[in-house]
Design a binder for this molecule. Structure first.
Ligand SMILES: [Zn+2]
Length: 266
């Protein structure tokens, strides 16, 4: 039976802290996905080094999993030079401290969420999850983060957090160019009616910009919402003549985004 909506509940949130198990896959010539059970991040290869997009949980295990994925792919972790974050929640800012300390990565986030993260930690009773590194570059709607031969387009998509960002960037699959979009904050804010309205507007704005930029690849940073672990498992064993499961086409991108609307209503 085809399900109407993704499985996401209290246990999903608990599983975001499970650092006992990781997987990864090279899903494009220039893009890795690294995941634990519920949360994932990306590593993007550019002529100016590796860009880590989101950073799972603030545990050294998460950092080591990212480094292992890079090394096993045959890329060089010493070339990590940017850490780009969608929003100021602990499960995305994650292991940034090690990326900064060990690789001197330049960090990117919205100014709003840098302050939000400092003033409203997701786990106020747990200092080990509080902000523990500085943001070097504040980015906002329309900015382009230049990474050598490529760039990331920044879109403001507030709602999930007040300064949540989404990113659009090019990738290639066996040399063929595609445009990928990552929506930063999947779920609407809890107990916040105004925030829900803002989230609704952000979803439509994201879809609009995605269409204008010819997006045909949809990415998410939580595995529950796109059967992410199955997509990774497929990608790990994919044969070259089989289709790339992340390439949905332009109509497929819009259809995928329907998921964000369904979660809003749920
Ligand atoms: Zn979040």
């Amino acid at each position: 039976m085809i399900k109407e909506k993704p499985d996401f509940d209290y246990n999903s949130i608990k599983r975001m802290e499970d650092m006992s198990w990781f997987t990864y896959a090279q899903i494009f010539d220039d893009l890795l996905i690294v995941a634990q059970r519920e949360t994932n991040c990306f590593v993007w290869k550019t002529s100016d080094g590796l860009v880590v997009i989101d950073g799972i949980w603030p545990k050294e295990e998460a950092y080591q999993a990212i480094i292992r994925a890079i090394t096993e792919t045959g890329w060089d972790p010493d070339t990590i030079n940017k850490f780009v974050i969608t929003h100021g929640h602990v499960d995305h800012a994650g292991c940034g401290r090690w990326l900064v300390e060990n690789h001197h990565a330049t960090t990117y986030l919205s100014k709003t969420d840098d302050l939000f993260w400092r003033e409203h930690p997701t786990k106020p009773d747990r200092p080990e999850t509080w902000k523990d590194f500085e943001i070097d570059c504040y980015v906002k709607e329309g900015d382009r983060i230049v990474c050598g031969d490529k760039e990331i387009t920044v879109i403001d998509t507030p709602g999930h957090t007040p300064g949540c960002l989404s990113y659009i960037f090019p990738v290639t699959d066996q040399g063929v160019k595609h445009m990928a979009a990552l929506f930063g904050g999947t779920t609407p804010p809890r107990n916040n009616e105004e925030g829900v309205k803002v989230q609704k507007r952000s979803i439509e704005h994201f879809i609009q910009i995605g269409k204008e930029m010819g997006v045909d690849v949809a990415l998410t940073n939580h595995t529950a919402f796109d059967n992410g672990l199955e997509r990774i498992a497929y990608s790990r064993k994919r044969l070259a003549y089989l289709p790339n499961i992340y390439v949905l086409g332009k109509e497929g991108f819009e259809r995928f985004c329907q998921m964000y609307r369904i979660i809003m209503e749920a």
